[in-house]
Design a protein around this ligand. Structure first.
Ligand code: FE
Ligand code: FE
Ligand code: ZN
Length: 276
C-alpha cells in the first residue's frame, strides 16, 4: 500500500481533516497538534474523533504523522523555554492517544550555542521525562537541514539522542528529503549509499515516515527552503526513485511543499502515478 498525503489544517477537527485528506486524494496526512507557533491546543471532541477513526478505517488510511509546533525547543538555553517544551510534549502525547498508534514528529531542537553534546543530553533528558511505557504513539525525530545550531543535521546526532532514550521502542525517525539534501546527503546522485549510511548508523527499521519536499537550494546548503515536487534541486526523477525504493515501502509519505489544495491534489496524483 502506498500512503501519501500533505499537511492539513486541524482547525475544524479530526473528521474534517479526514474528509479534506480524501478530497486531496490522500490516505494519510500531517497536522499540527496546536498552533505551529505554540500556544494552547483546542479541546478534543471524542465524538469527532470517533467519526474520524471510522472514516480512516473505511478508507484504509495509513499512520498519521502529527507535527509538534516548530517553535518548540527541547534544548533551549533558557529553562522556561525548555519547561514549555516539556508541557507541550506531555500534553500532545496525551492528545495523540485519542487516535492510537500514530506518529508524532518533532524537530529535535537548536542548541543555541551550548554545543551539540549539551543539546543532545537535554533532548534525550526531556524525552526520558515525557515518554510513558503505556503510550501507543511513536515519537519521531526529524532529520534537519542543519541551519543555525539545529541538532539532527546528520544521522549520527539523531542516533546519539536515540541511544540515550530509555523507552527506545517508542522512538523513530522521520526523513525529510529537503532537509537531508540540504544537510549534504546526496539522495539524487546515490540514494542507495545514503540509505546504507542511515541503516549503518540508525537502522532502517527505525525510519518510520518520509517528508517529501523538493529543495530550493543545492546539496549541503543547510538552508531548509522547501520547493514544489520536481521544481527544485532534487528533481522529479530522484523523487520517483525514493517512493519506489524497495527499502522505503510502507512508510507514510507527507508533502510539505509550498502549495494550495489544487497543488497538493496534483502532486499526490502525480506521485501515485509514479509509484509502481
Ligand atoms: Fe518538520
Ligand atoms: Fe519536514
Ligand atoms: Zn523544512
Amino acid at each position: 500500500m502506498f500512503y501519501i498525503g500533505s499537511h492539513i489544517s486541524a482547525s475544524k477537527g479530526y473528521e474534517a481533516m479526514g474528509k479534506q485528506a480524501l478530497k486531496l486524494g490522500a490516505n494519510t496526512f500531517a497536522f499540527f497538534t496546536r498552533n505551529p507557533r505554540g500556544g494552547k491546543a483546542k479541546e478534543i471532541d471524542p465524538a469527532d474523533v470517533e467519526k474520524f477513526l471510522a472514516l480512516a478505517k473505511e478508507h484504509e488510511f495509513g499512520k498519521l504523522v502529527a507535527h509538534a509546533p516548530y517553535t518548540m525547543n527541547a534544548c533551549a538555553a533558557k529553562e522556561d523555554i525548555r519547561r514549555f517544551a516539556k508541557e507541550i510534549l506531555t500534553d500532545d502525547l496525551l492528545r495523540m492517544e485519542f487516535t492510537p498508534g500514530n506518529y508524532y514528529n518533532f524537530h529535535p531542537g537548536s542548541h543555541v550555542g551550548q554545543g551539540v553534546d549539551t543539546g543532545i543530553d537535554l533532548i534525550a533528558g526531556l524525552l526520558n521525562e515525557v515518554l510513558r511505557p503505556e503510550q501507543s504513539t511513536t515519537v519521531l525525530l526529524e532529520t534537519m537541514a542543519g541551519k543555525g545550531s539545529e541538532i539532527g543535521r546528520n544521522f549520527e546526532e539523531l542516533q546519539a539522542i536515540l541511544e540515550k532514550v530509555t523507552l527506545r521502542d517508542k522512538m523513530g525517525v522521520c526523513l525529510d528529503t529537503c532537509h537531508v539534501w540540504d544537510g549534504g546527503y546526496d539522495i539524487v546522485g546515490d540514494l542507495d549509499a545514503v540509505l546504507e549510511e542511515f541503516d549503518r548508523i540508525i537502522g532502517l527499521e527505525h525510519l518510520k515516515a518520509i517528508h517529501m519536499n523538493d529543495s530550493m537550494n543545492p546539496l549541503g546548503s543547510h538552508k531548509d527552503r522547501h520547493e514544489k515536487i520536481g521544481q527544485g534541486q532534487i528533481g522529479l526523477k530522484a523523487m520517483e526513485r525514493i517512493i519506489n525504493h524497495p527499502k522505503l515501502q510502507g512508510r507514510p509519505v507527507i508533502l510539505e511543499t509550498p502549495n494550495d489544495d489544487a497543488g497538493w491534489t496534483k502532486e499526490i496524483a502525480m506521485l501515485r502515478n509514479l509509484h509502481s
